[in-house]
Design a protein around this ligand. Structure first.
Ligand code: ATP
Ligand code: MG
Length: 390
């Protein structure tokens, strides 16, 4: 009567009171979508999800995927049996019988009615049974080599497992609205996208290129980064936008030290228009305060000035570069991000970019080009690339 399953625990969802149903539904849909290439079933049980009827040879790959789904706090490969003491004892002995060393038993009862013993008593009883049957095991409650966990759930099933694998935690993608990530080929922006997905945001991306000044390689790199984060974000749309003409015009008519400031004002203007058109509620960037000339508070202020009614979120604002790099390594984007490429920000790069721009002077430089017309032309260059998670 035993089944092998994956028992999934979710994180912050339980905090959500009234919205709980919506959160749980979103998470199960995300799990199903993410695991759609496998033959299996996902079931919601009170307080948990279980993945079952999967092919044993897919187990490792399924586990790797579950580790990346926001909203999953942890999971365990477990044996599911009906809640009854004899079954629990014999399954526990079976799980432990080949092990050598010290162990303890930990019991958690969500269902407090089916068995007459309490958690402590069940642990003691099952521990005794294991000791009787497994000659190579001794009890050590303080520092055991093995822990046998017994999770008694309200669906009258009990789940028995040894270890717990941690997921990314956070909230299910889609429960915090949708956002537009400014995705460059650098280290920071993919991390910013991951972090907002972890807070439940459905992420799409915009990438600004300056083809033919930047090569196709830059674009491939961005697609590769998007593919890596799509394991966390789910399928992801990239809007590719050319800013080549804008840069030519700035270069030809404006004070060169304002290149980055004006370019970034253009990027944010375009980003807000895309948000309006595609129903995104926020702009997300990988900016971090003081990291470079374009990320001083003055630079960010004159750039944010073009965005009228969309929230700009900068999840990395207080991070040191090394903290961002740690996350980039963890989520697997770092190696790709450090491959060399030319970003549009490196085209016509001024020798002395303005570090603390003043809005009045910026507006004066900007008035030397037909900003609105150039924005319109950039928007017309749009190419839409759909990135599918693997
Ligand atoms: P990153 O590592 O993300 O490129 P960075 O430290 O190089 O960041 P900047 O180049 O100043 O810093 O970019 C700051 C933010 O602006 C980026 O994190 C990204 O969100 C956005 N950005 C920069 N260049 C582009 C681009 N070509 N297309 C889209 N967004 C961009
Ligand atoms: Mg960059």
């Amino acid at each position: 009567m035993m089944r092998k399953v994956i028992l999934i625990r979710f994180g912050e969802i339980f905090l959500k009171g009234k919205n709980r149903g919506f959160f749980e539904k979103t998470l199960i849909n995300n799990i199903e979508e993410n695991l759609s290439k496998f033959n299996l079933q996902v079931e919601k049980i009170p307080g948990r999800y279980i993945v079952q009827n999967y092919d044993e040879s897919d187990e490792y790959e399924i586990a790797e995927k579950l580790k990346k789904i926001p909203g999953i706090f942890s999971f365990s490969i477990a044996y599911a049996i009906p809640t009854n003491l004899e079954e629990i004892e014999s399954m526990s002995v079976q799980v432990m019988q080949d092990l050598k060393g010290s162990f303890k038993v930990v019991t958690n009862r969500a269902d407090k009615h089916t068995l007459s013993l309490n958690s402590m008593e069940i642990s003691a009883k099952v521990g005794g049974e294991i000791l009787k049957n497994c000659k190579n095991l001794v009890v050590d409650v303080k520092n055991p080599q093995y822990t046998l966990n017994i999770d008694i759930r309200e669906n009258k099933e009990t789940y028995i497992y040894q270890s717990l694998i941690y997921g990314v935690g956070g909230m299910p993608v889609g429960t915090s609205g949708s956002g537009l990530l400014l995705l460059s080929g650098g280290i920071d922006s993919p991390v910013a996208g991951f972090m907002m997905a972890k807070r439940g945001v459905k992420v799409s991306a915009v990438h600004f290129h300056s083809f033919p000044y930047t090569s196709n390689f830059a674009r491939e790199k961005v697609e590769k980064l998007a593919k890596i984060i799509s394991d966390y974000t789910g399928n992801l749309t990239i809007y590719m936008i050319s800013v080549a003409k804008l840069q030519e015009q700035i270069h030809a008519h404006c004070n060169d030290s304002y290149m980055i400031t004006l370019l970034r004002r253009a990027m944010f203007t375009i980003a807000e228009k895309l948000c309006k058109k595609y129903g995104k509620k926020m702009i997300i960037t990988g900016e971090s305060l003081g990291q470079v000339a374009s990320q001083t508070i003055e630079s960010m202020s004159v750039v944010s000035d073009v965005v009228k009614s969309t929230v700009i979120l900068r999840p990395l604002i207080a991070f040191d570069k090394c903290e961002t790099i740690d996350i980039a390594k963890k989520i697997g984007t770092f190696e790709t991000s450090i491959e060399p490429f030319e970003d549009c920000c490196t085209v016509f790069l001024p020798e002395n970019p303005i570090v603390r721009p003043e809005l009045e002077k910026v507006l004066k430089e900007e008035s030397k080009i037909d900003f609105n017309e150039l924005i319109k032309e950039s928007l017309e260059s749009i190419e839409i690339v759909e990135i599918k998670h693997s």
